[in-house]
Design a protein around this ligand. Structure first.
Ligand SMILES: Cc1cc2nc3c(=O)[nH]c(=O)nc-3n(C[C@H](O)[C@H](O)[C@H](O)COP(=O)(O)O)c2cc1C
Ligand code: SF4
Length: 405
């Protein structure tokens, strides 16, 4: 066993008990924006299973920042429910991180504060083919002020709910990624153009969140180290983004990849199976999945499929980096730590088996039984929420019962 994998690491004000964290994987347990009892159980199990920190995916910082209606939404009313979740995580000995996000134009929820969904630039909205919101609206300086303040408020609410860290979502094609990516950001002002300018708004958000909560919570940024698109950011850009975020004070950068619409296989390292559509009740999401199957190349899963891109970031950025993508075995984790990555982020393998880290530590198993089939992604939309198709589905009753009820 590699001693380093099970040694603590300090990121900002937070001490992690080992090097494994659970990556954000939307668990579909937040009907009406409120976390469910099943979501609490899910993260409690993950925490008790040995990770140093679990991530609650996808908490919208404002109602207009939601991608889906049933997405955790940070407001005063949600805090008591989130507190139940963080207490369960702490009881399992792990830290809790809230992923805080704004979807920008990647949304299926009509905006209330603006005429059209916001983005870095206006014009045709690709996701509008599914959502019916065909046009997006370029953010004004005052929109940016408001949204930056929503991130601050979201981080403060996460703190009030007992989270130990916040992860600002800057990847996968959500709002801050729409600023970072030249595919979305066509601005010609201080917030668009070269990478330094495209970084300006994400850095502003990071700076404000650090000022608000950074002395008490770890402030983490998740980025797409490559957009996986010829007109998007490549790994060299992603490496510069990671470096800039760390220079600005980010306590940890999580290296993901890809964009939800344009390059989902870059994110998952393998194609989505046709069975996924049959699990999805929502016809809009089912259509999106069909479109993705048509347009994306067929990709076979490879362990550590993000390694080449992430190495570029490791060579440039000096602070703590979390590797994410296709970690399947303890040997994979050992290799990553030997290559200088600080934290190992795990997604599907923990959906497959919540106590994988304990099983690694005890020597019970050396590798995961997850087949990387991606069928858990469609389970997100089922009444029981995200679960592994090889295991027991989530309890649908618990999944519609608010956590604090
Ligand atoms: C069911 C499911 C839901 C996901 N939802 C999110 C999400 O809400 N936010 C996010 O940043 N990444 C999300 N991801 C992507 C994961 O964080 C991760 O990038 C991906 O699973 C690859 O890592 P892995 O090979 O360890 O699974 C999701 C992944 C899965 C499987
Ligand atoms: S459904 Fe199960 S086996 Fe398939 S990718 Fe998800 S966790 Fe792995």
């Amino acid at each position: 066993m590699n001693a380093l994998a099970f040694t603590p690491l300090t990121i900002g004000p937070l001490r992690l008990r080992n090097r494994f964290i659970k990556a954000a994987t939307n668990e579909g347990g937040a009907r009406g924006g409120v976390p469910s009892r099943r979501l609490v159980q899910f993260h409690g199990d993950i925490a008790a299973g040995g990770v140093a920190m679990t991530t609650l995916a996808y908490c919208a910082v404002a109602p207009d920042g939601r991608t889906f209606p049933d997405q955790v939404t940070l407001d005063e009313a949600t805090v008591p429910h989130l507190r139940v979740l963080t207490e369960a995580v702490h009881a399992g000995g792990a830290a809790a991180m809230a992923q805080i996000t704004h979807g920008g134009c990647f949304t299926f929820v009509p905006p209330t504060q603006t005429r059209r969904p916001l983005s870095a630039s206006g014009g045709f909205n690709k996701v509008g083919m599914m959502s019916g919101q065909w046009l997006r609206q370029a953010m004004t300086a005052s929109d940016m002020q408001r949204v930056a303040q929503q991130f601050v408020r979201g981080a403060r609410l996460a703190q009030a709910a007992g989270f130990d860290a916040v992860e600002i979502h800057m990847g996968h094609g959500y709002l801050l990624s729409q600023f970072l990516s030249p595919l979305y950001n066509r601005r010609r002002d201080a917030w668009g153009g070269d990478l330094t300018r495209r970084l300006a708004f994400p850095l502003e958000v990071l700076g404000r969140v650090l000022d608000a909560v950074g002395s008490q919570l770890a402030v983490v940024c998740k980025i797409s180290v490559t957009d996986g698109h010829p007109r998007g950011n490549a790994a060299q850009d992603g490496a510069q983004i990671a470096h800039a975020l760390q220079q600005a004070g980010a306590h940890l950068v999580v290296l993901s990849a890809g964009l939800n619409i344009e390059s989902i296989t870059t994110m998952f390292g393998s194609s989505f199976p046709k069975e996924n559509r049959t699990h999805v009740g929502n016809p809009v999401v089912a259509a999106a999945m069909l479109l993705q199957r048509w347009t994306e190349p067929k990709v076979q899963f490879r362990e550590l499929y993000q390694l080449q891109n992430s190495r570029v970031a490791r060579a440039v950025a000096h602070g703590p980096l979390a590797y994410l993508g296709g970690v399947h075995s303890l040997a994979n984790a050992e290799q990553l730590l030997a290559e200088g990555f600080d934290v190992i982020a795990l997604g599907r393998v923990l959906i497959h088996r919540a106590d994988l880290v304990n099983a690694f530590a005890s020597g019970e198993v050396a590798e995961s039984g997850c087949t990387a089939c991606n069928r858990c992604v469609a389970m997100m939309y089922t009444p029981g929420g995200t679960s592994c198709v090889l295991g027991v589905p989530g309890d649908a009753v618990l999944n519609r019962t608010p956590a604090a009820s």
